[in-house]
Design a protein around this ligand. Sequence first.
Ligand SMILES: C[S@@+](CC[C@H](N)C(=O)[O-])C[C@H]1O[C@@H](n2cnc3c(N)ncnc32)[C@H](O)[C@@H]1O
Length: 273
Amino acid sequence: MDVHTKANLKMWNRMVPINAKSKMYDVAGFKSGKSSLSPHEIRELRPIVKGKSVLHLQCHFGMDTLSIARLGASKVAGVDFSPVAISLARKLAKQVGLDKRSEFVCSDIYSIPAGFRKKKFDVVYTGGGALFWLKDLERWGRIVSGFLRPGGVLYIKGFHPFSNSFDEEASEPRLRYPYFHRKEPIINKFHGTYSEPGADFESEEHNWSFGMGELVNVLVGAGLTIDYLHEFMTVGYKRFQFLVKGRDDRWGWKDPNAGVPLVFSLRATKQKG
Ligand SMILES: C[S@@+](CC[C@H](N)C(=O)[O-])C[C@H]1O[C@@H](n2cnc3c(N)ncnc32)[C@H](O)[C@@H]1O
């Protein structure tokens, strides 16, 4: 494992317990039946996953994976490199009675065991805040494509790559980070976590920027056809200091006419033959 992945793994292992106790993740609500997916994800995912096998890459501690099972997927599998996250995911699956329909694998995305790599799924899903942890997007595209059966579908819900350029510590929108992909990661130290900004937690994050065009071209290069790319002006939590809370409990721009997308969803299909 390279130094960047090692540093990220150390950070995620420490962050999982904080996220699991946070109001933002609301584990108690999830156990009582609430979905952890956003309303637009539920709308778009339900018809894609009903009766299908779904693989969730970078599944964290499994709430989104298990929420997809609750949308009617026949089987779900989650992969994440954090043993702390995977052990909690397995425990949660048991607690909500979904352990027979779910499987959780602890692995770095770039070294998934060969036995599991042979499996094929109808749907691959990846959620918010996942893609900028990936050092090699092209290789990731090939991994995704390898898991899909012909005609299978990739669904991504993610932070809009343009919004990843904003300074999260500024009180007014200000660009801080590169937009296009660079080989070298952006290394940052933060106090607190996204789920608990006031937590006594020092993080060191190694992220990689990427542009929307780069992502789309990676998928096309991996043999997928883009079905849609939707852009949204709100995000589920106060990701930037300058965002304001709307009536729907989501965070967006003071003046939506002067904003840019904060979240996107993309659906792509693996070509047959
Ligand atoms: C922000 S979380 C994904 C969040 C998910 N949408 C949620 O909120 O539950 C990002 C996840 O990526 C995982 N991750 C980061 N780099 C990884 C890698 N190289 N291989 C596998 N998992 C990785 C982390 O352990 C973490 O659980």
